[in-house]
Design a protein around this ligand. Structure first.
Ligand code: AMP
Ligand code: ZN
Length: 498
């Protein structure tokens, strides 16, 4: 199969073909660390984690680079508001960001450079741009001259003259053109600053991504990603700086994630309509949030609501329960007469369909929503099969439900959605053997057999309406930390999750 992906630069879906066979170089703009991230930011980071994981699943060796913007106007403002140094704000929130990513189960980047640790290289790029006639210095500031770069606008599809006429009348007379943007900013009193050929100052925001991506990946690299709000001006400016400085193409494929909205409005710090990721993760496990996000294609807008979180929670439980039930069956001998041949064949087909659909959908611009749809179908088929044949399973049936389990666990795993580990079927405690001896006259030593004998004794007590005895049996199990679940196919025991 051929992986196809939508490239913003080409404004179309293209076949993916990395520069070095078997390897993918990928850069995704990271956060500006002045506050905890909200779930809109988290969506973009999850989308690119999905893309990276899928590329790895496909066998590519992925080098994934993401910056941390640790000096910026917003950080300085937050520091002034809090009356602490800017570096303290940046340190606090970059640590919080790393923790949030780890809590979300996002794979750590191969390299995670910080702006403040890349100052000499940034100064180097500004010098190159001045030498090559793409930038000019005025009073300690340096600007990129947008008109000097003929390709300006090619990423966002904007026309430079339209941009010009739409630009606000510039108050800054020192710029040659209102569209020119800052590469280096002279330091104002109280701001962080570094020495440079143009005096004390700090880098403009766009510059760091151009410098770090080239340092870590070389140019051109394969994939550049970020949220769609970054296409203009941030990515347009990165592209212009890099191609002007190196004379080479910058990135081959530009991927942009859709925005997370709340009541049809972009979630953002400035609008104040945000929900912090850490608050969501206090109430819901990370795989639930991930499942919610992945049910929408990464480029489409996503409307967030608590109802959708609840729905994702139910969907997650459906997968988790299916896998739990399968594990429960697999831990027991299958001595039944076997499911009807037709039903077993239908379930086998459902497994193949889910796998085929997963690959086909993911190859089509990482369509996780479609891929998940196939897995939901499979879960539905498997639940139907199990409820119809629960008491009759034979070894062939166990083999096929084991296949269902592997398919669901593995493919959800490719998407980064982890299901509870196998220890959700912990071994029964040793005490069930002696309890079984007491209440059911069991004479063996096998814990599962002992439990079956206890359940049989309870069933007999209930059939004889000896409620006191039935309750005493259940209480005996409860005291051992074992729960009885009454299901359509009869009672079963599970070890209580403490
Ligand atoms: P920032 O820290 O503002 O530069 O944002 C970090 C990342 O989050 C960028 O890739 C943005 O595109 C992305 N982002 C910001 N707001 C949203 C949103 N509402 N939905 C999706 N991504 C967002
Ligand atoms: Zn960037």
């Amino acid at each position: 199969m051929t992986l196809r992906l939508y490239n913003t630069l080409a404004r179309s879906k293209q076949d993916f073909s990395p520069r070095d066979e078997g390897k993918v170089s990928m850069y995704v703009c990271g956060p500006t660390v002045y506050n905890h991230i909200h779930i809109g930011n988290a969506r973009t980071f999850l989308s690119f984690d999905l893309i990276r994981r899928y590329l790895e699943h496909r066998g590519y060796d992925v080098r994934f680079v993401q910056n941390i913007t640790d000096v910026d106007d917003k950080i300085i403002r937050a520091a002034n508001d809090a009356g602490v140094p800017a570096a303290e704000i940046a340190a606090t929130y970059s640590a919080a960001f790393l923790k949030a990513m780890s809590d979300l189960g996002v794979e750590p980047p191969s390299a995670q450079p910080r702006a403040t640790e890349t100052i000499p290289e940034m100064i180097g790029m500004v010098e190159t741009l001045i030498e090559r006639g793409f930038a000019y210095a005025v009073d300690g500031d340096v600007y990129f001259s947008v008109r000097s770069f003929p390709g300006y606008g090619k990423l966002s599809g904007r026309d430079i003259d339209d941009l010009e006429s739409g630009a606000r009348v510039e108050v800054d007379e020192r710029k040659h053109d209102p569209l020119d943007f800052a590469l280096w900013k002279s330091a104002k009193p109280g701001e962080p600053h570094w020495p440079s050929p143009w005096g004390e100052g700090r880098p403009g925001w766009h510059l760091e991504c151009s410098v770090m991506s080239e340092m870590e990946l070389g140019v051109p690299f394969d994939i550049h990603g970020g949220g769609s709000d970054l296409v203009f001006p941030h990515h347009e400016n990165e592209l212009a700086q890099s191609e002007a400085a190196t004379g080479r193409p910058f990135a081959s494929y530009w991927l942009h994630g859709g925005m997370l909205n709340i009541n049809a409005e972009k979630m953002s710090k400035s609008l104040g309509n945000f929900t912090l990721l850490k608050d969501v993760l206090e109430a819901y496990p990370a795989p639930v949030l991930r499942l919610l996000m992945l049910q929408t294609h990464y480029r489409s807008p996503l409307d967030f609501s608590t109802e959708r979180l609840e729905e994702a929670s139910t969907a997650y439980e459906r997968f988790a329960n299916l896998v739990r039930t399968i594990r429960w069956h697999r831990a027991r001998p299958a001595a039944g007469a076997g499911a009807p041949e037709g039903e077993r064949a239908a379930l086998e087909l459902a497994v193949t369909d889910a796998r085929t659909r997963f690959e086909a959908d993911m190859e089509d611009d990482f369509n996780s929503a479609g891929a998940l749809g196939g897995l939901f179908e499979l879960a539905r088929s498997a639940n139907g099969f199990l409820s119809a044949n629960d008491a009759a399973l034979a070894p062939d049936d166990l083999a096929i439900i084991a296949d269902v389990e592997t398919t669901v666990v593995d493919l959800l795993g490719v998407l980064g959605v982890t299901l509870p580990a196998d220890e959700s079927v912990p071994e029964l405690p040793e005490g069930v053997v002696s309890l079984s001896r007491d209440v059911a006259g069991y004479e063996g030593t096998d814990r599962d057999e002992a439990a079956d004998a206890i359940l049989a004794a309870r069933a007999t007590a209930r059939a004889e309406k000896d409620w006191a005895r039935a309750d005493a049996i259940r209480d005996g199990l409860t005291a051992l930390g074992v729960r009885i679940e009454d299901t359509a196919a009869g009672a079963r025991v599970t070890v209580s999750e403490s």
